[in-house]
Design a protein around this ligand. Structure first.
Ligand code: TRP
Length: 333
């Protein structure tokens, strides 16, 4: 394939509502790849069912996530944005790649070990072969770079091993992808538990992108500050984790430097500081929430965009899959 620009592939699971940590740390930076790469963005609903999902909830989250990605700045005309289960090539290539992936390799995946310890009652084969589906996602588009968090690096390394093995047997079929771990955007900690990352499993300390302004303000007003007795805004990650987290969030939301923010709130108490951070977050998230809502209310437009994305994806994926099928010896239909 002749490519003008390198290709970037990003996948995101519709397995939870998007919160401020997801947004500040990752999602918000995703659209910027469109300036330098031909981008593919995929809502990976097939990965999501490796853990049990409520069907109606999965549907709601998938469509909401699709709309949120557009609201964040992903341009569905310039990039390829689609839902994984709309493009059957992913499952089809995953099967073939399963036959080029070793049991031992999959057994060594730390995410599999973690998830199977956490969900001991549902250690299904999909959880085990999750990385080969991810490899199919990446390899179908002749991807050059894969922006992921550190936790996914091992999966991209395995994808490279699979691609190399396949290419070694059949010649150059797949482009060799590379993981790109972006410099961590803001690392957002929980508002009620500032020692640990913001997480949907602690909803009180978790601000969701779709939360209404009143809800966001309520959560910030209740944010844990520090157990010290000084009612003073000062950045100190170890001694004042709550206040420091709020300062980081304020800076991420407004673009202000830490120094500027610290002097802005110098001498002010938490009673002023916490609502000010809340307001900054409300304003930062407002355009994303409003645009998402607008899209969700325009079902026809969303359906059109999903269909368009799936068609564009299938056309690229189809070329790779045909080549693969021929190479392994499947008969043409
Ligand atoms: N496994 C990724 C995660 O949980 C999501 C994902 C699926 C993905 N397929 C991908 C990421 C392909 C990058 C490329 O975050």
């Amino acid at each position: 394939m002749i490519k003008d620009r390198k290709i970037s592939f990003s996948g995101i699971q519709p397995s939870g509502d998007i919160h401020l940590g997801n947004y500040m740390g990752a999602l918000r930076h995703w659209p910027t790849y469109q300036d330098a790469y031909d981008c593919v963005y995929c809502v990976v609903d097939q990965h999501a069912i490796t853990l049990r999902q409520e069907p109606a909830v999965l549907r709601r989250r998938s469509v909401e996530l699709f709309a949120q990605l557009i609201a964040c700045g992903i341009d569905p005309d310039r990039s390829i944005l689609f839902v994984q289960s709309h493009v059957p090539h992913h499952a089809e290539l995953a099967w073939i790649l399963n036959c080029f992936t070793m049991f031992g390799e999959l057994s060594r995946m730390t995410q599999f070990k973690d998830k199977s310890a956490k969900h001991a009652d549902n250690i299904n084969a999909g959880l085990f072969t999750y990385p080969t589906l991810m490899a199919a996602d990446i390899l179908l588009y002749q991807t050059d770079i894969v922006p992921v968090g550190e936790d996914q690096r091992q999966h991209v390394e395995l994808t490279r091993d699979i691609a190399q093995r396949f290419n070694g047997v059949y010649g150059d079929v797949f482009t060799m992808p590379e993981a790109v771990i972006p410099r961590q955007g803001a690392r957002v900690m929980g508002l009620s538990t500032p020692e640990s990352k913001m997480s949907k499993s602690i909803p009180e300390g978790c601000v969701f992108v779709m939360d209404k302004p009143e809800e966001i303000m309520r959560k910030f007003k209740r944010a844990v500050t520090d157990s010290d007795t000084e009612n003073c805004v000062r950045y100190d990650r170890s001694a004042k984790p709550g206040v420091s987290n709020l300062l980081d969030i304020y800076c991420a939301a407004t673009g202000e430097s830490l120094e500027a923010a610290q002097s802005r709130f110098a001498g002010q108490g938490y009673g002023v500081f916490k609502p000010a951070v809340g307001e900054a977050v409300v304003e930062c998230l407002r355009p994303v929430r409003e645009e998402t809502e607008r899209l969700l209310n325009d079902k026809g437009e969303l359906e059109r965009l999903m269909r368009q994305g799936a068609e564009k994806a299938a056309s690229v994926a189809g070329r790779t899959l045909s080549k693969v099928k021929k190479k392994v010896g499947f008969l043409p239909r």
